[in-house]
Ligand binder design. Structure first.
Ligand code: PHE
Length: 356
């Protein structure tokens, strides 16, 4: 800290010597930032040892005052420098220590982050939406817990209809509610009523979502499944428009070589009604387990909106006509990708999910 000669001078000085020797000792012992700070306060502080000596100068004989003053001021500035240097050294040492402790091994392999994939059902719904968005349709949604009114009554479904039975429909008990007023919607058709109720015609909408039926699960049935509902209301809409729209859809969804057929059917809310089948791609139409040996898979129900439904929502049946359809998303997925069993979609087996 101090050149030898000067140090010896200080050491042997009667007034400065004792403080100087004590200081050297304490400096040697201070091995971290805190104890160095202690030394700084004890010696350089306003009430520190060096200041105390400076105060005492006036008690010394006049001829000694100059010399002691010189020594103490030298000591002060030297000590300041020395503390700086030592503090810096300690900081470096602490940094090195912490780098050593937290050493990164850049050759370690990274932690694997598993990532998911989009579920096939979501992908199919998106594809259906894209096809109809391209035709100018809007996407709407409705509640899964539904009122009997929207699921059945306003869809012209009579009280005695078999689908209203406990065998087919999950009813929801509501405290204080009427028996069988609330249910899990059995199809997405109630969304038709809700949209018409709230929007004046013309309408071009699709409504994707879940539906619930009291079915025993098998290769083609699940108590929860997905549908996409379609509804068009405009002036002069004909059965030809419906057929053209669905044929176009089937070709976009399944490819040009897929065959489509319309079978007369009955739905309370459409007249006339049809079931639409697409040729089974699992067996090429020869018959297999998935198509139940018919060569065809039913993918949707459709028809011209029954005028009675228009009356429920306050549309003028004389002026407006329309068609509606409801397709089963799982069935479309089975067909398109040859998944042999609908239950695979809900098992969350990564071996299946990763394929899409
Ligand atoms: N809601 C009918 C079903 O689930 C399908 C359908 C929708 C039929 C629209 C005609 C019109 O079976």
């Amino acid at each position: 800290m101090i050149p030898d000669e000067l140090a010896r001078e200080m050491e042997s000085h009667p007034a400065v010597g004792p403080v100087f020797k004590r200081l050297l000792l304490e400096l040697e012992r201070a091995d971290d930032a805190r104890s160095l700070e202690r030394v700084r306060i004890d010696y350089l502080g306003r009430k520190g040892a060096i200041n105390a000596l400076l105060q005492d100068i006036r008690n010394l004989p006049a001829e000694e005052r100059r010399e002691v003053g010189r020594l103490l001021n030298l000591l002060k500035s030297r000590l300041e420098q020395e503390l700086e240097i030592r503090l810096e050294r300690i900081r470096e040492r602490e940094l090195e220590e912490s780098l050593r402790l937290q050493k990164l091994d850049v050759t370690l392999p990274g932690r694997h982050i598993p990532y998911g994939t989009r579920h096939l059902i979501s992908t199919i719904i998106e594809q259906i939406e894209d096809i109809f968005l391209g035709l100018g349709y809007r996407v709407v949604e409705g509640p899964e817990v539904e009122l009997d009114y929207y699921n059945f009554e306003a869809l012209n479904t009579p009280e005695w209809h078999p689908s209203k039975s406990l065998q087919d429909t999950f009813y929801v008990e509501v405290p204080g509610g009427n028996y069988r007023d609330v249910l899990l919607r059995t199809h997405t058709s109630p969304v038709q009523v809700r949209v018409m109720e709230s929007t004046p015609p013309p309408l071009y909408v699709i409504a994707p979502g879940k539906a619930y039926r009291h079915d025993v699960p098998d290769a083609t049935h699940s108590p929860i499944f997905h549908q996409v509902e379609g509804l068009v209301v405009d002036e002069d809409i004909s059965l030809g428009d419906l057929k053209g729209t669905l044929e176009n859809f089937a070709r976009r969804m399944f490819g040009e070589d897929r065959r489509v057929r319309f079978r007369p059917h009955f739905f309370p809310f459409t007249e006339p009604s049809a079931e639409v089948d697409v040729s089974c791609n699992m067996c090429g139409g020869d018959g297999c387990r998935v198509c139940k040996w018919t060569g065809w898979l039913e993918i949707l129900g459709a028809g011209m909106v029954d005028p009675n439904v228009f009356s429920y929502v306050g549309y003028d049946p004389e002026r407006w006509s329309g068609f509606a359809f409801g397709m089963g998303v799982e069935r479309i997925a089975l067909l398109k990708y040859g998944v042999p069993d609908i239950r695979y979609f809900y098992d969350n087996d990564l071996r299946l999910l990763r394929q899409f």
